[in-house]
Design a binder for this molecule. Structure first.
Ligand SMILES: NC(=O)c1ccc[n+]([C@@H]2O[C@H](COP(=O)([O-])OP(=O)(O)OC[C@H]3O[C@@H](n4cnc5c(N)ncnc54)[C@H](OP(=O)(O)O)[C@@H]3O)[C@@H](O)[C@H]2O)c1
Length: 335
């Protein structure tokens, strides 16, 4: 039986498996679905199967649902809380009627309020890793991290993380309280964190790098062959990378990646994950199905050598234009 490999995420003492489980797609979002219909029973079974295979590092956020995702996790981990390592996030402001306002709020009072809500929704008294989801450009990062640091002192949170932040923000935050992880979109289709030097900054500061959407939101699985494969209310329809101007050339890249995966007798999703793991970056592929979580965890066992690296990176070299990962509004929220 395979034994899950582990790494120290950051230098503050958190040890996690080398792959996480992204839970976002397991629930709908406000009125719509993010990546197609989700089945609650299968989603919960996926979390349990992941645990059986050593994949006990779950990624969620208050934004997902909002709250429904954290509540689903609470159900799944009921009675087994201490077997899991749970990462959640705050920052997209959610008002007292549970409506997302789409402002980003990093003010001290909001951080305090958000953590209480997440603890309640997760039905737990501690969060292992608490991320600021996006930078509030109207609040100094020092204020936000100071507030997060108080949560650590109070025992409500174990470790701190940031998402989609610049090198400068990471350095300022890390000077206030050790940052354990930075989560950015990172995949064969999205290497901005590398291009902007963020990956190097994290390496220098001893902060873990968590890659979200490591399968390019499913694009790299090779299963999306036409934009019509996506349901009408699927979030991906809003992303330039999936739209007309980029779709066809991106599909051609996926086909080349699939051909290489076939030669190695693995799937393109597994190849995309093995490439990330080989770089010492921790991917958190999202799935709501047992079948996929098994395949994704199996990717941690794949041999990936220098020749594989150069072959794959010659198919999708650094700097390849695959289109923006978000619409204009959301691009503006990245630090
Ligand atoms: N910090 C942030 O701002 C941020 C933003 C986005 C996401 N995230 C986090 O990152 C996690 C992962 O990202 P993501 O879910 O956006 O994208 P992803 O992991 O790149 O892709 C998810 C998609 O790939 C499909 N998939 C997964 N494994 C597969 C396999 N082995 N074979 C074929 N298809 C497979 C899933 O299908 P099914 O859904 O049908 O299983 C889903 O449609 C999220 O769950 C969330 O926790 C964070």
């Amino acid at each position: 039986m395979m034994v899950m490999k582990k790494i120290n995420l950051g230098s503050a003492g958190l040890t996690v498996p080398i792959i996480g489980l992204g839970c976002m797609g397991m629930t709908g979002f406000e009125e719509g679905h993010i990546y197609g219909e989700a089945d609650e029973q299968e989603a919960i079974a996926t979390i349990h199967r992941s645990l059986e295979l050593g994949g006990n590092f779950l990624d969620t956020a208050d934004l997902y649902g909002p709250f429904k995702n954290e509540q689903l996790i609470a159900k799944a981990i009921d009675g087994q809380r201490n077997q899991y390592i749970i990462a959640t996030k705050f920052g997209w402001e959610i008002d007292d009627n549970n409506k997302v306002t789409w402002a980003i709020n990093g003010k001290k009072e909001y951080v305090k309020k958000a953590v209480e809500r997440s603890l309640k929704n997760l039905n737990t008294d501690y969060i292992d890793l608490y991320y600021m989801h996006r930078l509030d450009k109207n609040t100094p990062i020092e204020e936000t991290v100071e507030a997060m640091s108080e949560l650590v002192k109070e025992g409500k949170v174990g470790y701190l993380g940031l998402s989609e932040v610049s090198s400068e923000t990471v350095k300022r935050a890390h000077a206030i309280h050790p940052i354990t992880a930075v989560q950015s979109e990172y995949s064969l289709f999205e290497r901005t964190a590398e291009e902007r030097g963020i990956r190097n900054t994290l390496h220098e500061l001893g902060i873990g790098f968590v890659a979200y959407s490591p399968l390019g939101r499913g694009f790299l699985s090779g299963q999306i062959r036409s934009i019509d494969d996506l349901p009408e209310n699927d979030f991906r329809r809003s992303i330039p990378r999936f739209q007309e101007a980029h779709f066809h050339k991106n599909i051609a890249l996926v086909k080349a990646i699939q051909a290489m995966a076939q030669e190695k007798k693995i799937t393109s999703s597994q190849l995309a994950l093995a490439w990330i793991i080989n770089k010492g970056i921790l991917p958190i592929p999202g799935t709501k199905r047992r079948k996929y979580v098994e395949q994704n965890i199996a990717a941690t066992e794949i041999e990936f050598n220098e020749a594989d690296l150069s072959k794959l990176e010659s198919i999708v070299p650094l700097g390849t234009d695959t289109g923006h990962p978000y619409d204009e509004f959301s691009m503006g929220l990245i630090d």
